[in-house]
Design a protein around this ligand. Structure first.
Ligand code: HEM
Ligand code: HEM
Length: 540
């Protein structure tokens, strides 16, 4: 039989695949990637939640563009919502009302879009924490950490431009807040504001401009970054937690196809279903309650979406300082929070580089740390989150005051003090807890697990039976590395010439001691210790 006949007999699917392979080379691509192994751990699903909520946002966003009019032209409302009949409003607000009340499925899609945005950012936050606390950002993944960082920051601004689009009272208040922050920037602030808003605030342009930024510019960049992020996850291979048989050179898990494809496909629908259910039950941004934006009005309890809350908190907690500098007013009460906003976020981007400088560790790491085994890093992370959360409380100081019947000044002072004290307390406490947990691990390795079974010995003594750990558990609990802190090198070189120790080196050594010095890690049990104790005759 000729080759040609063979082809004709092949099933249709195979023929299509052959056709595509001849043009795209899909066979070799699939061969290289379809059997890629992924390790299993619940926390590795967090990145997937980000991915799926991002896809849901794009799908629903496209639907919204079909009906949303990004225009600030003034129109009179004549839709189905009676209380606003005859009111003057922008076309943007009018069309969002139309989406909510008159477009089939419009309100649901709007709600899904908004809820997905809230969950997308929460997902990124928690995913980032997972990566941080397990040390997954270390070499070779620093660039992927930066991609992620950019995604987080761009996600915040995409969300902000999104909830500014409907031009309701709440979104207008948020835009005004941002314009205030821009104006506080010395020298260029006024120009940037005039440029962005096309004249005096609010002007007639900002919705149209925010619209292109929201649906095209930022999501376009984010899409590119997400693709790059995932390619890098493939290229580096996924990290894994320590365990028997797992090394820095292998990945133990299940193949992408069929196991992970099936899991991921199912998980996508679970995430979509959960977001749709929340969107169906819980109302988000009911613009008809707030009404159209008017610069002379603010609704009580005005709140940004959660991811912008800490920025709001920074401004609300800051005293209203204002100084006059060479005839120019400098609004420090707004400008300092704006700088802190950058610093707070910038710290995320910088951390992997700071840690590798302090530890001097330039090796690749594919085995994850348990947070307790990196107490200083964990403590830094918790301190950062504490500062962030305190500022989030600051952003809702009015809500806390009304809900808990507190004075708003008391809440503000709590936030001011908490901003400085909270992270320090969190740092110290977290470090203690981590060291305590390390001691417990050591104890478990040496003395086994406490079973809760009390035994009475023939001579009357009561003891608790300790069960020795399995070999797997022993391995897992003792496989982490322990580092020695950096020391200041010889101060005299081989010719006896004195070398000056730079300030950078001194700082590095100090920090390195804080990471790995005597008080900062519990020595792992040694084989001798283990043998001595386990050969002790039946005491435990
Ligand atoms: C659109 C947002 C994001 C998407 C869709 C996304 C998606 C993913 C996925 C699916 C993984 C593999 C599974 C997992 O470990 O969870 C992953 C890993 C990773 N992500 Fe993200 N991520 C996003 C944002 C971020 C952010 C904000 C950061 C940190 C600032 C980050 C840093 C990382 C790193 C370093 C890895 C490799 C972790 C490892 O191999 O253990 N990602 N990401
Ligand atoms: C990470 C990406 C995105 C985030 C975080 C996000 C977030 C938001 C938010 C919070 C709103 C306000 C919704 C409301 O309560 O009315 C909004 C509005 C909107 N978004 Fe997005 N969005 C994203 C991407 C997109 C994309 C890719 C498109 C279009 C292709 C889009 C189209 C729209 C439209 C047309 C509106 C105005 C209609 C409305 O407010 O209901 N968005 N977005």
């Amino acid at each position: 039989m000729s080759n040609k006949d063979d082809r004709r007999k092949a099933p249709a699917g195979e023929r299509v695949a052959d056709w595509a392979d001849g043009r795209l080379g899909i066979y070799s691509l699939a061969k290289a990637n379809m059997r890629k192994i992924f390790p299993d751990h619940w926390s590795f699903m967090l990145g997937e939640i980000c991915l799926y909520s991002f896809i849901i946002i794009i799908l629903t966003g496209v639907y919204l563009t079909l009906f949303f009019h990004p225009s600030m032209n003034e129109v009179e409302y004549h839709g189905s919502y009676v209380p606003l009949q005859g009111q003057l409003m922008s076309e943007a607000f009018n069309s969002t009302m139309h989406i909510s009340f008159d477009v089939r499925g419009g309100l649901l899609i709007r709600q899904i879009h908004h809820w997905a945005a809230v969950i997308f950012l929460a997902g990124m936050f928690v995913h980032m924490m997972r990566v941080f606390f397990t040390g997954a950002f270390r070499k070779p993944r620093e660039i992927n950490w930066l991609f992620g960082f950019l995604l987080f920051v761009l996600g915040m601004f995409t969300g902000f431009t999104g909830y500014s689009l409907p031009d309701d009272l709440l979104s207008g208040t948020g835009v005004r807040f941002t314009q205030g922050a821009i104006l506080s920037v010395p020298i260029v602030g006024t120009y940037i504001s005039m440029f962005l808003f096309g004249g005096e605030f609010p002007g007639g342009d900002f919705v149209a401009r925010f619209y292109s930024i929201h649906i095209l510019l930022l999501p376009g960049i984010m899409l590119g970054l997400v693709v790059g992020h995932l390619i890098l996850v493939f290229y580096h291979k996924h990290t894994q937690f320590a365990g028997p048989g797992r090394t820095n050179k292998n990945v133990v898990g299940m193949p992408l196809l069929p196991v992970y494809m099936a899991k991921a496909g199912g998980f996508f629908f679970l995430v979509f279903g959960a977001i749709a259910a929340i969107a169906g039950f819980a109302s988000i941004n009911p613009i008809w309650v707030l009404g159209p934006y008017r610069p002379d009005q603010v609704s009580t309890g005005a709140q940004p979406d959660w991811y912008m809350g800490f920025a709001e908190g920074l401004i609300r907690a800051m005293p209203g300082w204002e100084i006059n500098f060479w005839g120019h007013t400098l609004v420090l009460g707004v400008f300092i929070p704006l700088v802190l906003f950058g610093v707070f976020l910038g710290m995320i981007a910088m951390y992997p580089f700071i840690e590798s400088w302090v530890t001097g560790d330039k090796r690749e790491h594919h085995i994850l740390d348990r947070p307790r085994n990196a107490p200083t890093r964990t403590a830094f992370g918790v301190a950062w989150v504490t500062g962030y959360m305190i500022m989030l409380i600051g952003g809702g100081n009015d809500i806390f005051a009304t809900h808990f019947h507190l004075s708003i000044n008391a809440v503000t002072w709590f936030v001011r003090i908490g901003f400085f004290a909270g992270p320090v307390i969190a740092f110290v406490v977290t470090k203690r807890i981590c060291l305590g947990l390390q001691r417990r691990d050591k104890d478990k390795v040496l003395h086994g697990r406490e079973t809760g079974t009390i035994k009475r010995l023939p001579h009357g003594e009561f003891i608790e039976v300790h069960e020795p750990l399995s070999q797997e558990a022993l391995y897992t609990l003792t496989s982490h590395e322990q580092y020695t802190p950096a020391e200041i090198g010889p101060t005299v070189d081989e010719n006896g010439v004195e070398r000056k120790v730079g300030r950078g080196e001194k700082v590095r050594v100090k920090l390195s001691k804080a990471y790995y010095g005597e008080e900062n890690q519990i020595p792992k049990p040694t084989v001798e210790e283990y043998k001595e104790i386990t050969s002790g005759h039946g005491h435990h």
